[in-house]
Design a protein around this ligand. Sequence first.
Ligand SMILES: C[S@@+](CC[C@H](N)C(=O)[O-])C[C@H]1O[C@@H](n2cnc3c(N)ncnc32)[C@H](O)[C@@H]1O
Length: 270
Amino acid sequence: MNAEQLIDTRSAFDSVADAYDGPLGNNSLVQAVRARTLAEVRRRVPPGATLLDLGCGTGLDAAALAQEGYRVTAIDWSPEMVRRTQDRATRTGLERTLAVHHLGIHELDRLAIDDFDAAYSDLGSLNCVPDLAVAAPAIGGRLRPGGMLIASVIGRVCPWELALFTVKRQGSQARRRAANGPVPVPLNGRTVWTSYYSPAEFRSAFERSGFTFRSLRSLGLLAPPPYMEAFALRHPRAVAMLQGLEDRVAGWPGLRGWGDHFLIVMQCHD
Ligand SMILES: C[S@@+](CC[C@H](N)C(=O)[O-])C[C@H]1O[C@@H](n2cnc3c(N)ncnc32)[C@H](O)[C@@H]1O
């Protein structure tokens, strides 16, 4: 990913920051992903711990965790997203437990703090970094020995999407996630350059940087992907049923690597 693509991505997210807390970035299907990522953070790290939010968006996760007693440092590449996270921290009186910085994940070496108990990244921010092989050691360098990375990452095989694009005869769209390297994904008339990863690719980038694999589950395997909110609103009971079923099978070998996203936990070496 080159500098121009990074600027495209930043301007795309800047342009949606205002609407992000609504149906675009926080509809019921997004909330389901968010809830599961946050639950994994809570399961892995006790309140009071220091957390690094990688690509915080408008700070919905960061504020929720800061409210629960975590000490959160949130970074994002989009100044408009960062401004909203900062506003949220001020509005909710969380300035002491939620620090916000305008910083790309690819600029992590500029962050002074380097002993976080855990880092987390929700809803694909790590799919936007220029080079995961560079980001992985940079993230490891910000964690204390034994620190965790908990990330929901956009995967390569989304059954819903494959079915949808096949029915619509949009073959090139169906193959989009198979590409190596960044792919232009439209957002609000602009472009988010997105790199798709299988869990194995993601895992090996972090293993090469001294992380150990801890767990993996699928997100959006049976439940529809976040952009199918209209379908979810029309069929709430079916979606709730699919979500319940998904929670039961999401960690099964053979299924856990599929889905719109996957939720992976990696641990830094002691
Ligand atoms: C889909 S949003 C997810 C935001 C947030 N994690 C959430 O759960 O709502 C992706 C976020 O990644 C940010 N982002 C994109 N590229 C980035 C980069 N290179 N470094 C840091 N943040 C980045 C975007 O600005 C955007 O806020």
